[in-house]
Design a protein around this ligand. Structure first.
Ligand code: TXA
Ligand code: MG
Length: 351
């Protein structure tokens, strides 16, 4: 299959978006930009297209999809018994990086939600996503546009890397601003539960809705409610090891020790990637020129650049990646959730 790349500027009319929207409606798959990560879109009313999404991504059949909408009037087409708090939250946070889990309407094929009686809905804010959804004029399922298990794509190039030859259209709308997937909030239980942390935090939501106070990991230990959350996600090919330090002095020591540990492998030609706060980059000496270094200024930049950095280390052929943990407050909760999943539980004990 030939993959067409359609370039769209953020805030300008985009030639071709109407035609791509029509193709989407008629059953084709379209990768498109959102403010969180790129999505792989399909008409949510067509079972054949939804099946194709699972197939192309290699996604486990029991992992439900998010339905993307552009107009609040569409909400009652996809969900029912919508609680008033849903409207209050949407008034405040939509369009934006918030996904609500509601009761699924019988209009939607059950496969959208992998058979669950619920449905996840979100109104993306990216102007190109909005233009596409408007042109398609139907609810659109859109998982992240990566092959299952790989880090989510935050650029059209990332989508091409995974999906070239597999989908007819990739719409390029620039790099995703936020860099991690939307906050998923389950409103079908009381108190409501954050199933996946994102840019919109528990503190942001608390004034509007009563939240389950138990942490995500406490709840996950009981039973994984979001079926998708049980899979190893966002993982690079390289082994990712997390380094922990309370302050810069300790960070320098920890980093030095980590590099010492892999000196022998570096000597044998292994490549090591470092994902570091900018202020530590000079600490990572590289006499053998075997280190791939990438850095971030603050937590927002770390979050925006995490998946791109992981993909890049893989492209450079890194065998191992070191990254520092960050504080789990605010956006740090989403950042650390993705970083931990990418590391698959490999955290270095403090010495
Ligand atoms: O930011 C995002 O949400 C991106 C962009 C493209 O919009 N999409 C995205 O989709 O991250 P995906 O498929 O990669 O992740 C969907 C998450 C999964 O963790 C899934 O388990 C959860 O949402 N989910 C979907 N429907 C659900 C439902 N009915 N109940 C509970 N969790 C659900
Ligand atoms: Mg995903």
């Amino acid at each position: 299959m030939r993959t067409h790349l359609i370039r769209c500027e953020m805030n300008q009319d985009c030639d071709g978006i109407d035609e791509v929207g029509r193709s989407l409606r008629e059953g084709q798959l379209v990768a498109f930009p959102t403010e969180t990560v790129y999505g792989l879109g399909a008409n949510a009313l067509r079972e054949d297209s939804i099946r194709a999404v699972y197939e192309v991504k290699g996604r486990p059949q029991d992992n439900p999809l998010i339905v993307h909408l552009h107009d609040k009037k569409q909400l009652t087409e996809v969900a029912r018994n919508i609680p008033p708090v849903a409207y209050q939250l949407l008034e405040r946070f939509a369009p934006g990086p918030l996904t609500l889990v509601l009761e699924r309407s019988p209009n939607l094929p059950a496969i959208v939600s992998a058979g669950l009686p619920t449905v996840a809905v979100r109104f993306p804010a990216h102007p190109v996503a909005r233009a596409l959804l408007k042109a398609a004029d139907c609810p659109v399922v859109a998982p992240s546009a990566n092959l299952s298990g790989k880090p989510s794509p935050t650029t059209a190039d990332d989508c091409l890397e995974d999906l070239a030859g597999l989908v007819p259209y990739i719409v390029d709308g620039g790099a995703s601003e936020i860099g991690v997937e939307s906050t998923v909030l389950d409103l079908t239980v009381q108190p409501a539960r954050i199933l996946r942390p994102g840019k919109i935090t528990a503190e942001d939501l608390a004034p509007y809705v009563q939240l389950d106070e138990r942490s995500l990991s406490e709840r996950e230990q009981e039973h994984p409610k979001a079926p998708g959350m049980k899979y190893r996600h966002y993982a690079p090919e390289a082994e990712l090891i997390l380094l922990e330090a309370d302050d810069d002095d300790e960070a320098r020591e920890v980093l030095e020790k980590a590099l010492e540990d892999c000196e022998e492998e570096l000597g044998r030609g292994a490549r090591v990637g470092l994902w570091l706060p900018e202020r530590l980059i000079d600490e990572a000496q590289d006499p053998l020129l075997k280190l791939e270094r990438a850095s971030y200024l603050d937590l927002e930049e770390a979050t925006q650049g995490l998946y791109a950095a992981l993909r890049n280390f893989d492209r450079q052929g890194c065998d191992r990646i070191y990254a520092f943990t960050e504080s789990e407050e605010g956006l740090g909760c989403a950042y650390m959730n993705r970083l931990r999943k990418a590391a698959g539980g490999k955290e270095r004990e403090r010495s």
